[in-house]
Design a protein around this ligand. Structure first.
Ligand code: ATP
Ligand code: MG
Length: 213
């Protein structure tokens, strides 16, 4: 609990994703959200078997977890949770938020996404419940304009007024998909993600052609 927040409710940022692997796009979005919304902490929560992904070759959860640990080690406001990895079966955001409410009953929750994911939230299971439990911070992501979505929710879901925020961040056209494909093709990934993560990928031979099932 930060001293600067004394007397105020602590705000917890939540960043969900596959993080296969974690990269600077995730870290910049999380850090800008932390600073702009006075979040005392941002928790990275890697998904186990994500309901919205159709990839069957998602990297072992242990590797993804370790890469996040390496990426966040120098930021005292960043943490990691194995909540979704420990749960059996599909993980739904609504369940994760319920669990977090139990663990952090005094905190206000802020769910951080990129604009690609923000545009999809009304397809999520129990979205009304979700929006009661958490506010959203949608970080701008190159190639995923959210302005139509933001206009639509003003009309269609006026009850969410003030609970869905759009955040301009320095645009980074980085994606895990692109990083995986670069490794596979032998192209460089240096400067797209933290160096300890790059070294980890190299050491364990992740994403290489001969590693694909
Ligand atoms: P993949 O290509 O495998 O989908 P990804 O790069 O989109 O990977 P995810 O793990 O799917 O990464 O994303 C986790 C969260 O981070 C999502 O909310 C996503 O929108 C956000 N995010 C990912 N990359 C960026 C980026 N470059 N800028 C802003 N937000 C991002
Ligand atoms: Mg993605």
């Amino acid at each position: 609990m930060g001293d600067e927040q004394k007397g105020k409710v602590d705000r917890l940022g939540i960043m969900g994703g596959t993080f296969d692997p974690i990269h600077f796009g995730h870290l910049v979005a999380a850090e800008m959200a932390r600073s702009m919304f006075n979040l005392s902490k941002v928790l990275f929560i890697p998904s186990g078997t994500p309901p919205h992904k159709d990839r069957s070759d998602i990297t072992d959860a242990g590797f993804r977890f370790e890469m996040i640990e390496r990426a966040i080690q120098d930021n005292p406001a960043f943490g990691i949770s194995a909540l979704e990895l420990e749960r059996k079966g599909l993980s739904y955001t609504v369940d994760t938020l319920r669990a977090l409410r139990g663990i952090y009953p005094e905190h206000e929750l802020y769910f951080i996404t990129g604009s690609d994911v923000l545009r999809e939230i009304f397809s999520w299971r129990e979205v009304e419940e979700i929006l009661k439990m958490t506010e959203f911070i949608g970080a701008a992501r190159p190639g995923f304009d959210a302005s139509d979505f933001l206009l639509q929710i003003q009309h269609k879901h006026p009850e969410t007024q003030g609970r869905i925020h759009y955040l301009e961040v320095p645009a980074l056209a980085i994606s895990s998909t692109d990083i995986r494909s670069r490794v596979k093709q032998g192209y460089p990934i240096r400067y797209l993600l933290p160096e300890p993560v790059r070294l980890f990928i190299q050491q364990h031979g992740l994403y290489r052609e001969d590693n694909v099932l």
